[in-house]
Design a protein around this ligand. Structure first.
Ligand SMILES: Cc1cc2nc3c(=O)[nH]c(=O)nc-3n(C[C@H](O)[C@H](O)[C@H](O)COP(=O)(O)OP(=O)(O)OC[C@H]3O[C@@H](n4cnc5c(N)ncnc54)[C@H](O)[C@@H]3O)c2cc1C
Length: 383
């Protein structure tokens, strides 16, 4: 390849420094252990600690609460680099502060001081519990309830796929608190410590990809939290989460770009090394065209991503741009992984080869923060 596929040419200049730090970190701390963590499926505690030391974790939290105050562009640049190195470890690193944007945008001063600082300064870990075993895509249809009893909320129900639901310190939980005809006005957000009575969490069964990241099945059985743990206004949960997803989805798009870059690199190296029929496989025109196709799709998706970053940062038509970037980049990642597998022949099937990990991992970002059909609904709605 003539040039670095994750060039910083399309990245705003103020994100170049952090991008270069993220790349060095990924080369030193993520790549060398990626296969090992994939195989063991264990949580990469040492890498996360190194990420904190390198100031590459929980980057977006406001300096007023002990954070680094990095922009969305800086976080996106980091995600591209981390996910190129390894998606499972990348998700563990990026997920340390998942959901804190909501507290930053809608939480009271007291909540920001307590909870944002707990992540930024005291190395706590958090997550966001929206999805349920029976409902994933239908945000307005989530059934876990919370009702007021004196000065407490009492939560009952189940959440599924929840990042950091087991070893996190506290989780932002999306609950049904109202029973009105307005489907979009029935949910609220509560902060729930993971050691609260009535909170039980267990690991979901083994996943095919992103094995170094942790997701939980949580059960709430009369789980009580103080009334003041409500974030923002009662019944405003749907709106808050929808807005949060605008930022979240461009980050997920960046994850797709990192994965696509990994697939292209692996495919390129393999076909230029493999010799058959008295030549390298890369001499076949159809193979060259496969590589050309991957690159065209990659560059289109990446251009869309960085335009979406601009729109989301400016708050201009954010929902459509975030949805377009998320759908395109994550689907391109899966397509590049598929072509990468084809070009590896039987070698692609061996777990020890990076392309096999990329292929498995690339399925995941297409799903979280909304499957492709949901993104297309949003694009059409905001046309
Ligand atoms: C690795 C990983 C990490 C995750 N982390 C979290 C987390 O931290 N917190 C959290 O809350 N959730 C998390 N999730 C859950 C994720 O957000 C849901 O899996 C996702 O929203 C899809 O929900 P579902 O799996 O229930 O699929 P379903 O909603 O059951 O959808 C299944 C399929 O039905 C079809 N479909 C659904 N709706 C429509 C529609 N409107 N139009 C057309 N077709 C449709 C689509 O083909 C879709 O793929 C995570 C998931 C994964 C895989």
């Amino acid at each position: 390849m003539k040039s670095d596929i994750l060039t910083d040419a399309v990245v705003p200049e103020d994100a170049h420094d952090v991008k270069s730090q993220a790349r060095s970190f990924a080369n030193e701390h993520i790549r060398p252990v990626a296969a090992e963590y994939f195989e063991s499926g264990s949580y990469p505690v040492d890498v996360v600690e190194a990420g904190r030391d390198a100031e590459l974790v929980a980057q977006e939290i406001d300096p007023a609460y002990g954070g680094l105050g990095r922009s969305l562009a800086e976080v996106v640049a980091t995600a591209e680099e981390f996910f190129r190195a390894d998606a499972g470890i990348g998700l563990a690193l990026m997920g340390q502060s998942f959901g804190t944007n909501i507290i930053e945008a809608f939480g009271s001063e007291e909540k920001k001081e307590t909870y944002l600082r707990s992540i930024a300064e005291y190395d706590q870990r958090t997550g966001m519990a929206i999805s349920e075993p029976d409902t994933g895509s239908d945000l307005a249809g989530m059934e876990t309830t919370a009702h007021r009893d004196g000065d407490e909320w009492v939560i009952n129900g189940e959440k599924y796929w929840i990042g950091n639901g087991i070893s996190g310190d506290w989780i932002t939980v999306y609950v049904r608190t109202e029973d009105t005809d307005d489907r979009h006005g029935n949910h609220s957000l509560l902060i729930v410590p993971t050691d609260a009575e009535g909170y039980e969490a267990e690991h979901i069964p083994e996943k095919m990809g992103m094995r170094a990241s942790e997701q939980a099945h949580i059960t709430f059985d009369d789980c009580r939290v103080p009334a003041e743990n409500l974030i923002g206004e009662r019944g405003d949960g749907f709106r808050m989460v929808a807005e949060f997803f605008n930022h979240g989805r461009v980050r997920v798009a960046a994850q797709g770009i990192g994965l696509a870059a990994a697939a292209i690199e692996e495919a390129w190296d393999y076909v230029h090394d493999r010799e058959e029929f008295g030549r390298t496989v890369s001499d076949f025109q159809s193979v060259q065209h496969d590589l050309a196709e991957m690159r065209m799709e990659f560059e289109s998706a990446r251009a869309l991503l960085w335009r979406a970053v601009e729109h989301v940062m400016a708050g201009e038509d954010a929902e459509r741009w975030a949805a377009m970037a998320k759908a395109k980049a994550t689907e391109v990642a899966a397509e590049c992984a598929e072509t990468g597998m084809k070009l590896h022949g039987g070698q692609g099937l061996l777990d020890e080869n990076r392309i096999a990990r990329v292929y498995r991992d690339a399925r995941m970002p297409m799903i979280y923060e909304g499957v492709g059909a949901i993104q297309r609904d949003l694009i059409y709605r905001n046309y």
